[in-house]
Design a protein around this ligand. Structure first.
Ligand SMILES: [Zn+2]
Length: 228
């Protein structure tokens, strides 16, 4: 979009903070500085052993794992997640991916990782929403790390259940057959960073991870934007 059209649009429809609704000033994107600063940060991505690792430990073998925010109900983070999950704010998902990418780069988190792979949505769900929010987060991370994003090797075979049924679903055995690795040869010997928006019980990461490990010599690491 040419600069002057963007400026005109900004004048007519000034961008607002997705949390507090205040008009954004130059240099701010999606969130005002106060709301961005107030998001609950984990600050543990520099630690090799952290609560994300604890959540995934014993489920699937992995190299490193982290999240940069905490997800709490009725918090700023819930507001942010709802905006990009249910209100079509794809720019916000990408923006938070770039923000996370910057934090992770500083700590050398991307070292030895070969590619970034978002947790796929079922194709019907993606069609309905119009995008996969984890893929947008992954693209934001890629923007800061220079790593490629692979959105095609892993396929989701079943629809995601509603949030309320999630607990039961995640405990079920079926979760293990949710994903299928389409082209294992592409991922042989690669170190893959698997990306999701929120980490809850870890069952989705586990199911994805197990599908990915069908590729010979594959190594896994995990990133979630938020830890619930
Ligand atoms: Zn704000």
């Amino acid at each position: 979009m040419p600069g002057f059209i963007k400026e005109l649009l900004n004048l007519l429809y000034p961008p607002l903070c997705v949390v507090c609704g205040r008009k954004l000033i130059a240099g701010e994107e999606q969130l005002c500085s106060a709301c961005l600063y107030a998001l609950p940060r984990t600050r543990f991505h520099a630690e090799r052993q952290n609560p994300v690792c604890d959540r995934l430990f014993g489920k699937v073998p992995f190299e490193k794992a982290t999240a940069i925010f905490y997800y709490q109900k009725e918090s700023y983070m819930q507001c942010v997640m709802e905006s990009f999950k249910y209100k079509s704010n794809r720019q916000l998902a990408f923006y938070l991916g770039t923000y996370a990418g910057m934090q992770l780069s500083k700590q050398g988190f991307f070292e030895q990782i070969d590619l970034i792979l978002p947790v796929p949505l079922h194709k019907n769900k993606e069609k309905w929403r119009g995008y996969n929010q984890s893929e947008l987060i992954a693209k934001g991370l890629a923007c800061r790390s220079g790593l490629p994003v692979d959105s095609s090797s892993l396929e989701r075979l079943l629809e995601n259940p509603t949030q309320t049924r999630r607990g039961l679903w995640e405990r079920s055995q079926n979760v293990q057959q949710l994903f299928k690795l389409r082209s294992p040869d592409n991922l042989v010997g690669k170190h893959v960073l698997l990306v999701d928006d929120v980490l809850t019980s870890g069952s989705t990461m586990e199911a994805c991870g197990n599908a990915l490990l069908e590729a010979r010599g594959l190594r896994l690491s995990f990133f979630a934007l938020a830890l619930a």
